[in-house]
Design a protein around this ligand. Structure first.
Ligand code: SAH
Length: 237
């Protein structure tokens, strides 16, 4: 049984071995969790599985621990590619966190005509992704790509694509069966708050399978969770 109560931290060190905490992690362990030397935590680096580590010291700016026991084997990166039009901050943070929780292995920001956001803060997104992994016990941290234009994204695709298309809202369809028929490994795409343009629909129509997420038009961050839940139902991981 995996321990989901102990704090879990992403670290860069090879495991097992000595672990150095940066200032943010040290502050979290010492001042937020109020841990003292000798306390047990869980650590992972995305390569060597999950380890129980004993905190050795917690100074003002840095701290250390020693990995002592492997608690879970390294998992493989999920094959699912999650593509999305970038959103404004709070909803974007939410969407990236949820996509990580829902099993995306690679996140691809896609620039679309009606998207309001063109630049992303990769550092902030990466921190969100790591936090979601720490929270949910995900041992392989999803990758995040540089933003690409929709046409380039479509051109570079090496797998079937499922698009949540708001133009199909209200169509009675078995979305799980449609996604399953598309095949796996899979890429999925959620559009911007402004929706897809007619040109974009013409661009992805020949090579994508389009699904409805039900009768209501959802906010893009909600659509992300709904679509990824359908993918999980179609291809349980
Ligand atoms: N402004 C648009 C809505 C965009 S919703 C309009 O009023 O039509 C943002 C994105 O969420 C869409 O591009 C689509 O990818 C997804 N989405 C939201 N509701 C959906 C639904 N019912 N079916 C399929 N996709 C949906």
């Amino acid at each position: 049984m995996r321990d989901f109560t102990a704090p879990r931290l992403f670290v860069h060190a090879d495991l097992p071995g000595p672990i150095a905490f940066d200032q943010r992690q040290t502050n979290y362990l010492k001042n937020v969790l109020r841990l003292a030397p000798g306390a047990s935590i869980l650590v992972f680096n995305g390569r060597d599985g999950e380890w129980r580590a004993e905190v050795a010291e917690l100074g003002k700016k840095a701290g250390g621990a020693e990995a002592v026991e492997k608690t879970a084997a390294q998992t493989r990166r999920p094959t699912l590619v999650y593509a999305f039009a970038p959103l404004k901050q709070a909803r974007f943070d939410y969407m990236v966190e949820k996509a990580t929780e829902m099993g995306a292995g690679r996140l691809v920001p896609v620039l679309t005509q009606h998207g309001q956001v063109r630049k992303i803060n990769r550092e902030r997104l990466a921190a969100n992704i790591v936090e979601a992994c720490e929270q949910c016990g995900i041992l392989c941290v999803p990758q995040i790509d540089e933003p690409v234009a929709l046409s380039d994204f479509l051109g570079s695709l090496d797998r079937p694509l499922v698009v949540a298309d708001e133009a199909l809202a209200g169509d009675a369809m078995d979305a799980v069966a449609t996604i399953r028929a598309a095949g796996s490994p899979l890429a999925v795409l959620v559009g911007p708050e402004g929706g897809f343009s007619a040109e974009e629909r013409a661009l992805f129509a020949p090579r994508a399978v389009r699904v409805s997420l039900g009768p209501r038009i959802l906010r893009a961050d909600t659509a992300a969770v709904a679509l990824l839940a359908l993918v999980e139902a179609a291809f349980p991981s």
